[in-house]
Design a protein around this ligand. Structure first.
Ligand code: TA6
Length: 302
């Protein structure tokens, strides 16, 4: 059952927000304010679009994405939680990247500020989530749509037992001009886990893309990471908080062809830079404690 857009438009009459039935009949919110336009689905609190006025779209979204109940949307900014990649048990019944990105979130509040529209979403643990993650929690997500895009994901342990080895990734798909026109800086000298062969390696110089790339960079905070895109003369500055690991992914040619919701040539116009708690950076949240992770993205003319 999807939330009713009419009821949401009545509960949240802010002129910058409009709710409707989006792709696949999923309830969608479109945001339009003086700085930018954006769009998110309540399923997964999944941000699918952000575009500053007179600028290029920031996020890449697959035109082959599947919009259906309990199916992750390919592209935008999915929230991977409470584990990254496969569940530690290896049990295939546990969804890849956790359950937050397909869960039905609620819109809790909207705040118009001098720096943009702040949208507060959330969901709490249920008997169904206990199957995946034993324990009680309150999950909250703030999307700030202004001259910059900022998202913050927080989890409070409302139970009596610690939530152990919690993994997470703000799995942001960035739209780029052309993969061979892009370099990523800010990773120089860092160790990374190469997910393609399981080996730890070290980043020499700026990161360029000429093959499948699937890496977890370690000790990445408090650095800023930049995407320099000479093809569209744009630099994106990505700041993270609450994260010491950053995932970089481009599926390249072959993997693009084996994902049905990913265009065969899609690898040429996207890269994922994910603010994460992955690999050795998973977190334990003690009873009553809160862990927050955030990503703030600014775009500049090159
Ligand atoms: O972002 C890195 C990664 O773990 C890749 O290995 C790839 O699986 C990607 O996430 C996408 O995962 P998804 O489950 O959304 O297809």
């Amino acid at each position: 059952m999807q939330p009713d857009p009419t009821e949401l438009n009545q509960r949240f009459p802010e002129p910058s927000l409009t709710f409707d039935k989006g792709e696949g009949g999923l309830t969608r919110c479109q945001v339009h304010n003086q700085w930018a336009q954006a769009e998110f689905y309540l399923q997964g609190a999944h941000l699918t679009r952000y575009q500053k006025h007179h600028s290029l779209p920031l996020l890449w979204l697959s035109h082959q994405a599947v919009y259906a109940l309990n199916h992750p949307i390919r592209g935008g900014l999915p929230i991977c939680w409470p584990w990254f990649n496969q569940h530690a048990s290896g049990n295939p019944a546990f969804p890849q990247h956790g359950f937050a990105r397909t869960h039905q979130w609620s819109l809790r509040a909207v705040l118009e500020t001098d720096n943009g529209t702040e949208i507060f979403l959330g969901f709490t643990s249920t008997p169904a989530t206990q199957r995946w993650l034993p324990g009680e929690f309150d999950a909250r997500y703030r999307i700030s749509v202004g001259p910059t895009l900022s998202v913050e994901f927080s989890v409070t342990n409302t139970g009596e037992h610690s939530l152990n080895e919690i993994g997470c990734a703000l799995h942001t798909y960035f739209s780029i001009s052309q993969i061979n026109e892009v370099i990523v800086t800010g990773l120089e000298g860092l160790d990374y886990l190469d997910q393609l062969d399981g080996l730890k390696k070290n980043q020499r110089g700026a990161l360029k893309f000429n093959q499948e790339t699937d890496r977890i960079y370690l000790q990445t905070q408090p650095r800023a990471i930049q995407i320099k895109d000479t093809g569209n003369r744009q630099k994106l500055d990505i700041q993270s908080q609450g994260s010491h690991s950053t995932v970089i992914w481009n599926p390249w040619k072959h993997k693009s062809t084996v994902m049905p919701d990913f265009p065969d040539q899609g690898y040429q116009t996207m890269i994922c830079i994910e603010t994460a708690n992955a690999f050795e950076d998973t977190r334990t949240i003690e009873p009553g404690a809160t862990h927050s992770i955030s990503q703030t993205i600014q775009s500049f003319e090159l």
